[in-house]
Design a protein around this ligand. Structure first.
Ligand SMILES: [Cu+2]
Length: 377
């Protein structure tokens, strides 16, 4: 059987084997119909296009998008992107004799098949049985201790972004190095600098160990905190389902293609929203984030409390991340997606559902948008 490549999925015409698969992939709820309609409209027609003689929906951007039908089995996956979105793992803490806070977590690596789009199973490698792994959150200056247990059949590590001694770097050949099956180690370092970071496996082949799902967001809050907001974490990821290391067949935020189309993210109008956005996509050099009907303040890496720009689209290379702050001035459904259209059509697309009622207590300064010189406090 012809190999199912990403390009063939998109161009449609020559992907005889791919089309039936894709037509099962996308849930056919109302928003999807709207998307399909919009794609067709952009092409200037709603029927078969010019993509090839046997192309049902044609090539180009009216090509085979994931079609409606089913949702993935979140219970079987063991996690749901709607819950992951606002889940922050603060670990366990205790106060050391010095007065300092020690914060501890345990992460267990494992092998687990997950469903990344309806009917599309993927042999993932996971931290704590989920992709992305837990969003680890702490405060600047704390002492952090992460016990890592390898329950996977493959050797792994945890490599944290941040400041730490070499032996805590989680790479092969340094410190504890590779942790073999059944083995464990403990990584310990200070929480610095404040910002939005990430962690991931650093075993080789590196691209595959990351792509399989061994990554998560790592947030160090500034000592003074950030203004109150409806906070969420978005890991932009993808799945190379044929393991050819050439691009991906499924793209997403928080793993499940089109999840936030099926379950739009509910937010309130004129209320502060903060997104911790991490690009952990493998096999594609650039990812992007675009929001409709809104603009946001952009804090790259979250290491400064002064935004660098007020925009509606940013790009991120792999491992780049940013804190995005916004308020939605209008009620209704607003799309957000990769502005790399190819990624959007293969799953990296969602909606915010903005409620009509303004929240009672709105920190006015936060929603005073469009001022990149603003210093948060
Ligand atoms: Cu690994």
């Amino acid at each position: 059987m012809e190999k199912l490549s990403r390009r063939k999925l998109l161009i449609g015409g020559s992907a005889g084997a791919a089309l039936p698969v894709l037509h099962q992939l996308v849930p056919h709820a109302g928003l999807h119909d709207a998307i399909d309609g919009a794609n067709a409209a952009e092409q200037g027609h709603g029927g078969p296009s010019h993509g090839g003689a046997d192309a049902v929906h044609g090539g180009g951007n009216a090509g085979p998008t994931f079609r409606p039908g089913a949702a993935v089995d979140h219970a079987a996956n063991g996690f749901n992107p709607t819950q992951l979105l606002r889940e922050f793992d603060w670990g366990r803490t205790r106060r050391l004799p010095s007065g300092r806070i020690l914060r501890e977590w345990t992460l267990v690596a494992g092998d687990k098949e997950i469903e990344v789009a309806p009917g599309v199973k993927y042999a993932a490698w996971t931290y704590n049985a989920r992709v992305p792994g837990p969003t680890l959150r702490c405060r600047e200056g704390e002492l952090l201790r992460i016990r890592f247990v390898n329950g996977s059949e493959h050797p792994h590590t945890i490599h944290f972004h941040g400041l730490h001694p070499a032996e805590m770097d989680g790479v092969p050949g340094v410190g504890a190095g590779l942790i073999e099956t059944g083995g464990e180690t403990t990584y310990e370092f200070d929480a610095e600098p404040f910002g939005l970071h990430l962690y991931h496996c650093h075993a080789g082949p590196l691209a595959e160990h990351i792509a399989r799902g061994l990554y998560g967001a790592f947030i160090i809050d500034p000592k003074q905190g950030r203004p109150e907001a409806d906070e969420m974490v978005m890991a932009m990821n993808g799945f190379n389902t044929n393991f050819d290391a050439e691009g991906n067949q499924v793209y997403a935020v928080n793993t499940v293609a089109f999840h936030y189309v099926n379950e739009p993210i509910a937010v309130e109008r004129d209320a502060p929203v903060r997104i911790y956005l991490v690009n952990i996509l493998e096999y594609d050099p650039i990812n992007s984030f675009h929001i409709h009907g809104n603009f946001f303040n952009h804090f790259p890496t979250g290491t400064s409390l002064t935004p660098i720009e007020f925009t509606d689209t940013i790009m991120q290379g792999q491992a780049q991340r940013a804190v995005l702050e916004m308020c939605f001035p209008h009620a209704g459904d607003f799309m957000f997606h990769a502005h790399k259209t190819e990624f959007a059509e293969l799953g990296w697309m969602g909606f915010f559902r903005v409620g009509g009622h303004q929240r009672a207590s709105v920190p006015a300064a936060f929603c005073d948008l469009g001022d990149p010189g603003r210093v948060l406090g």
